[in-house]
Design a protein around this ligand. Sequence first.
Ligand code: SER
Length: 334
Amino acid sequence: MSAILVTGANGEIGQALIRHIHDGAPEKPIITLDLKPPVDAIAPLITNALIGDVTDPEVCEAAAHAHRVDTIFHLAALLSTRCEQDPELCHHVNVEGTLNLLRLAHALGRAYGRVAFVFPSSIAVYGLPAGRNISAPVREDEYLMPTTMYGINKLYCEHLGRYYSHYYQQEADACVDFRALRFPGIISAHTLPTGGTTDYASEMIHAAVQGKPYAAFVHEQTRLPFMMMPDAVRALLMLAQTPAERLTRTAYNVNSFSISAAEIAALVQGQFAASQVSFAPNPVRQRIVDSWPNDVDDSTARSDWGWSPAFGIETAFSDYLIPGICAHYGVSSE
Ligand code: SER
């Protein structure tokens, strides 16, 4: 049986995706790559856990061929705030790592047939003109002028994937089937992000459940699109499974809802009256979020492959975040 390769397996999306794949198809071999051994939550679900660097050309070659990998979820990356601290390291990991995995996908495709390559891109590919308040949801081909190293890398990797899918050495037969999702901020009930700039939303909610005060690093009017982790995983798997003839683009916006930092704080306070949320904007991180759209238009994902989020603002809190995070920390949700 062919296998799935997941890079960045210990990351937030990696952990959630691996659980979901295993629940749906326990017999499907899962090969993972991460800098560290798999965390306990996913370790038993993995067939072959490779430890290494995504930029190493040989790190997963033998295992990928041995297991006949036919689908790659290339999730390993540094996030946007971390990337501004070391832009060249970010370029190395995020771009060289993606190129390395695309090269592997091409070799696998040559040997055994087409390889699906699913890539999480981001709202960071957009760069809004400073000082302009764009309230209309942004479409995929608008405002592609990213201001962060992370966003530049994501946009370039979308193009690299398109090249490997359709134009590699101008060959007629493609070996790689690359598809990308431009994710909004993602919030999980079970894990916390590190080094991202949408992290304030997750940090605020996780702090409140634990009874810890939290100072958000953005101002309260900051409004961004967000999505719950189960919807992000569903989107990845839906896009991976859609027949190629239904796709009209390489990279799709996906969205659930747009919400301000103050609105998140109000929802948290409604549930945990004792929560202490304040706002202490960090100028670097504020500039990053100010360059990203308030909202994105995901109508092409909806019409091409039937995308629709399961959670809206209300149900995200009532049905997923509050019960999930309370169970995670062993706190009563009453
Ligand atoms: N959530 C990511 C970050 O904040 C953006 O895709 O870096």
